[in-house]
Design a protein around this ligand. Structure first.
Ligand code: AMP
Ligand code: TRP
Length: 329
């Protein structure tokens, strides 16, 4: 069985974009791959987080993994800091990464271009930690949304570089990106990604949003004045995004949805998208409410940490030996 690994960084509540671009795929893949899914808590603190909020978001993320259908009998689910090897290999990766490579990362460049102040060294070196996350498990595939492709590509370069310098050590992973739903856009500004850090709160649907609020966000999503239901991503980005959301959640081809609503007003289509989203959210939230009040999270994390640590420690030790970091007696 090929191995797959992915993670989410809960710097806020998980979003519909996280679900469509990442989480639902983890669930689909867990039967056919040896699956590792973790909560990337070290990645959260590259920017300051209120400690109380952070802790709550981490608990919610694990509960939502389970509520979305990840099965701890099939997938290894764990918290990044429960496996110490991540930080250690992250440092080793940083020593094999050039400053130029990190400066070329889109996320870093975007933040620099926006003139963001007080950026931390952790933010700059975060792709090295992400490479370690993946390489520790010798993952063959990394299912992610479009925005993470560049980081997985850097991971490939780092694995190859390490293998060339020190001898075959790491599996070179491949990103796995869906054709539909790899980049869900903001409902209030369809030129931007739907993101946890949405300032207006109107463009982003959170998995734990009240259903009436989620419906309202969809009904007031920005569209266009063309008024024709068709697939034109360039000129009707908002409409395209709504159809893509519904298509992802129902597994219906996008054209099928267009055919059903062609000739009708945008309101009708939005109503359908809202129904589909509320159905999905409702199911997830019911399961979330059961899980959050049980002891399941504790058990899942304790099992996951044991399984993940055994594999990660082994890879880390091999890497350290190859580098010559160990003293042989
Ligand atoms: P993050 O929340 O940045 O840790 O992202 C976790 C996963 O969700 C990554 O695989 C992202 O690519 C994916 N993701 C986040 N936002 C979106 C979005 N708007 N559309 C599709 N995938 C997304
Ligand atoms: N950097 C990813 C994000 O922000 C989260 C992440 C951390 C990740 N480590 C990973 C994703 C390893 C896949 C594999 O979305």
């Amino acid at each position: 069985m090929k191995r797959m690994l992915s993670g989410i960084k809960p710097t806020g509540q998980l979003t519909l974009g996280n679900y469509i671009g990442a989480l639902r795929n983890f669930v689909n893949y867990q039967d056919d791959y040896e699956m590792f899914v973790f909560v990337a808590n070290l990645h959260c603190i590259t920017e300051y987080q209120d400690p109380k909020d952070l802790s709550k978001n981490l608990t919610d993320a694990i509960a939502l993994y389970l509520a979305c259908g990840l099965d701890p009998k099939k997938a290894t689910i764990f918290l990044q800091t429960d496996v110490h090897a991540h930080a250690e290999l992250g440092y080793i990766m940083a020593c094999n990464t050039y400053l130029g490579e990190l400066s070329r990362m889109t996320q870093f460049k975007d933040k620099t271009a926006k003139g963001e102040k007080n950026m931390t060294a952790g933010l700059y070196t975060y792709p090295c930690l992400m490479a370690a996350d993946i390489l520790l498990y010798n993952a063959n595939y990394v299912p992610v949304g479009e925005d993470q492709k560049q980081h997985v590509e850097l991971t490939r370069d780092l694995a190859q570089r390490f293998n060339n310098k020190y001898g075959e050590t790491f599996v070179v992973p491949e990103p796995l990106i869906n054709k539909v739903g790899a980049r869900i856009m903001s409902l209030s500004d369809p030129s931007k990604k739907m993101s946890k850090s949405d300032e207006t709160n109107k463009g982003c649907i959170y998995l734990l949003d009240d259903l009436a609020l989620a419906r309202k966000k969809i009904m007031s999503a920005v569209t266009d004045s063309i008024g024709v239901i068709q697939l034109d991503k360039e000129n009707q980005a908002g409409l395209y995004n709504l159809i893509e959301i519904a298509s992802s959640l129902t597994n219906r081809p996008m054209q099928d949805i267009v055919d059903e609503f062609a000739g009708q007003g945008y309101g009708k289509l939005k109503g359908y998208v809202a129904d589909v989203v509320c159905d999905t959210l409702g199911t997830i939230q019911n399961r979330y409410n059961e899980i959050i009040h049980s002891r399941q999270i504790e058990e899942v994390l304790s099992d996951g940490a044991k399984k993940a640590s055994a594999i990660a420690d082994n890879t880390l030790n091999t890497a350290k030996e190859k580098i010559g970091l160990e003293i042989k007696y």
